[in-house]
Structure formats: C-alpha cells, structure tokens
Design a protein around this ligand. Sequence first.
Ligand code: FAD
Ligand code: NAD
Length: 477
Amino acid sequence: MSQAQNFDVVVIGAGPAGYHAAIRAAQLGMKVACIDVALGKDGKPALGGTCLRVGCIPSKALLDSSRQFWNMGHLFDQHGIRFEKPAIDVAKMVARKDAIVKQFTGGIAALFKANKITAFHGFGQLQPGNVVKVKQHDGSEVELKGTNVILAAGSDSIELPFAKFDGEHIVDNVGALDFTAVPKRLGVIGAGVIGLELGSVWNRLGAEVTLLEGLPTFLAAADAEVSKVAAREFKKQGLDIRLGCQVSNTEVKQDGVHVHYTDATGAAQELVVDKLLVAVGRRAATSGLLAEGTGVQLDERGRIVVDAHCHTGVDGVWAVGDCVRGPMLAHKGFEEGIAVAELIAGLPGHVNFDTIPWVIYTEPEIAWVGKTEEQLKAEGIPYKAGSFPFAAVGRAVAMAEPAGFVKVLAHAETDTILGMHLVGANVSELVHEGVLAMEFKGSADDLARICHAHPSLSEAVHDAAMAVHKRAIHKAN
Ligand code: FAD
Ligand code: NAD
C-alpha cells in the first residue's frame, strides 16, 4: 500500500450527515475526502446514503404515486370526475422511483465534484491516529490521513432472528420499495414510521395490509390525540393495525409466509401473507468501522458515543447522523454534519434537538415539533392547549381533505410555544411554522397575531394559536 494521502477532513459515509459535513467543510476551504461503500441498483457507486437510495426519497416517490392512484378511486368522485377503472403499472411506478433515486444520487456526485471533494468508493475503517483504511471495490486499498475524521456510517435495518430477510418473501424497506407486483396480502411487523408509510403505499394499490405492533399503544411517540385521529383514518383506509402482538416465529410455505404471534389477549394467532415487511427499527452501522485501539467508544446499542457537539472524545474524531444518539432522521443528520464542519473551522456549530420536526408521510400526514401533552404532564410543566380542526378550514374542505387538526401547546405563564402537533393534509409543510416560532422563542400570542393567507391550510395553525387564549374566530371556544 502506498503512503497515506493527507486531507483536512476525511468523512466515512456519504449519507445525509456525511455529505452535508463534506460539502460544508469544502465550502469552508478544507481539503475533503468522503468514502462510501454503497452501490445502486445498477451495481455502480451511489452516494446519498439510505435516505437517497432506499429511504426518504424512494419511499416518498412511491407514496406520491400510490396517493394519486388512491385519490382516483376514493377522492375524484367527490369532485365530479369520472373515468374508467384505474389501473396501476407497478413496473413503471418503480422505474419512476429508480429514476428519481438516480437523479439525486448523481446530484451528490456532481456536488462533490463542484466542491472538489475526493470520493472513494469502498469500505472505510478508522485506525488509530486518524488514519482511515479504505478497501475499494476494485480490490485495492488506500490509506487516508485526516486532521479530522467524521464518522457518518448511518444505520441498517434490525433483523429479527425468527424472520430473517430473504429478499423475496421476508423483506425490509429495500425489498418493500421494489415489489414487482402488488402483493395480495402484505404483513408488516412493526407499526412504526416505515411500517405505516410502506404499508400505506401497498394498501393504496390494493394489498390487504396487516400490521402487527408489539406495543399496546399506537404511535406512542406522537401526541395521543394525533395518534387517535390517525388510527381512525388508517382504519377507514383498510389498514389492519393489531396492537400488543408478540411474533414468535415465521415459516415460508407454498401458500405464503405464516406468521405466528400472540395477540393482546395472549391468544395464539397465525397470519398468512404473500410478503412480510419487517420494520422494527434500525441500528447504527458501526460493525467493522473501528479498528482496535482507536479509543472511540460504542454504547450498548452499538452507537458511537459523542458529546453535545458530536465529538467522540478522541482528538479530531467526530460522529454524526444515525450512527450516534438522537432521532434517526435525515434532517437531524444534515444539521449535525454542518455543525461539525463549522466547529472544525472554529465557527459556532450547534444543533437544537428541541426543535427537530417529525413527519410521517401517511394520509393524513402526521407532524410534530416539541413536547406532547403527555410529556408536559409527566414533566409537570404548566401549559395551555389550543386546537383547530381542518374541517373548519375553507381550503381543506375545498380540497375534500377535512380530516385532522392542529394543536398548539404554550407555557401557561410565559405563553412560549412548547409544542405543535398536526394531523391532516400537507402538515409536513405546516409544522415548520411551529419550528420557526419555537426557534425564535415565540409565544402563542405572537403566532396568533401573524397574518395568514386566506384561504390556506395554514389558517388552522393561526386559529389553533388563537384558541390557546380562547379567541379562535372560526370555532366556539
Ligand atoms: P445513512 O443515510 O445510512 O448513510 C450512511 C452511508 O454510509 C451509507 O451510504 C453507507 O453505505 C455508508 N457506510 C456505512 N459504513 C461505511 C463504511 N465503513 N465505509 C464506507 N461507507 C460506509 N428520515 C427522514 O428524515 N425523513 C424521511 O422521510 C425518512 N424516510 C425514511 C424511509 C425509509 C424507508 C428509511 C429506511 C429511512 C428513512 N428516513 C427518513 C431515515 C433517514 O434515511 C436516515 O435518518 C438518514 O439516511 C441517516 O443519514 P446518515 O447520513 O446518518 O446515514
Ligand atoms: P420505528 O421505531 O419507527 O418503528 C418500529 C416499530 O416496531 C415500533 O412501533 C416498535 O414498537 C415496533 N416493534 C419493535 N420490535 C417489534 C417486534 N418484535 N414485534 C412487533 N413490533 C415491534 O422504526 P422503523 O419504522 O423501522 O423506522 C426506523 C427509523 O427510520 C425511524 O425511527 C425513523 O427515525 C426513520 N424513518 C423516518 C421516516 C420519516 O421521517 N418520515 C420514515 C421512515 C423511517
């Protein structure tokens, strides 16, 4: 192996966290290398991580395709639109998704080139002394020495020992984004974010979808009122969500995958499906990432231990994104990547965990920022709540999408906004009013006094903020 090549910053992983770190460091004048092992469906290197290849972007492409299809059968009639029976061409839908993935992964390669970032395609391993050994896909090895090294290895699907992925009958997100036909019966273990989003895709296209959730509570992380409305809407759409289910075994047989579980009453049950999606969470992809003696610590869940500034405690070694503590969200990784590049450059990099938005791209969409009512009660924080239903918002009714509501939670004494919880059409966009207000330490009164366009869905945010002080105009307070 030739002598190590020197860089100011070496990034392992070109997902959302890694590519943001690499590009920001390059913008700040540093010489940057970024290593990624991933290959696209065409077998060629593909930058952008889980998010661009098999996560956020392809799932939203399929969610949008399937939503158009669902609307044809379930919404258009209300608008007086008639047509022959809709049909879905799954191959074309998946090809569209693949083209979007290719466009965006190629976009990262172009951004690397424009920012003079050197990309290495292979597996990177941190050695002691901030050296990264890269086993490239062509079999060769290179060593890169970084004044700083940023670990951004991301995460992988958790596999259950009794439901091993076979890529055909039992799959994770990767398989469920690439079904070649609509399965007649789709089983999902885990009614979390992936289960709900990908379950919705195939349900909308005609699959009978059954979700087996281990916990007794549906979407426990969301505000309870939001979860309740979402559960009701999902049921109407035909999603069969069974709570408190403990899966003990699966068997692939001639007639499908047999899933053995006990239900919430403890009774033994069997579910037979054509495809089984296992979506029970993700774990940090730190296996093989660290050679002996680097000094970088892993916690009990295999995540890299970092401080509030994403520093590992080893001189010049940082870690960001899904491979460290905190929510496994692309935008959380974006912000950490940027913050670390700025800290390396001597600037004040910071990520505010209190204002990271969550969005679940189901129909209706679910979104929130800040604390739930349940958290505020548990923490003994005095609060006032104001909520407003989309059924009373002219724009939502005109769109024939009246389900859901917006809820604003504000401190009972200071009126500072502590949380915003939304379920309804386009709330993935509306939640950012709450993010912005909270980031600026705004109050419910501030939000209530801001002029919102009429008619718009954002009026639900406005009226919810007014409702905190019992002065919503369009409902009885
Ligand atoms: P990753 O995106 O996982 O990227 C890490 C990269 O590092 C990978 O390309 C990997 O190949 C590479 N790598 C790992 N180890 C090495 C090594 N040793 N050497 C070289 N390369 C290595 N989040 C959202 O915010 N919104 C969404 O809508 C959303 N939808 C999702 C849908 C699905 C189906 C899934 C699975 C996830 C979704 N997520 C979403 C989560 C999001 O994808 C992750 O939070 C995000 O990708 C994490 O970014 P990251 O850079 O930390 O890691
Ligand atoms: P998740 O944590 O959202 O949901 C997993 C669900 O599986 C939970 O409800 C959990 O109680 C349940 N579960 C765990 N073990 C089980 C078992 N043995 N039997 C039955 N149920 C079980 O995880 P996910 O859906 O796999 O998604 C992983 C992560 O990816 C998410 O946490 C999120 O951070 C990210 N993601 C985000 C988005 C988004 O932002 N829209 C979309 C998809 C994924």
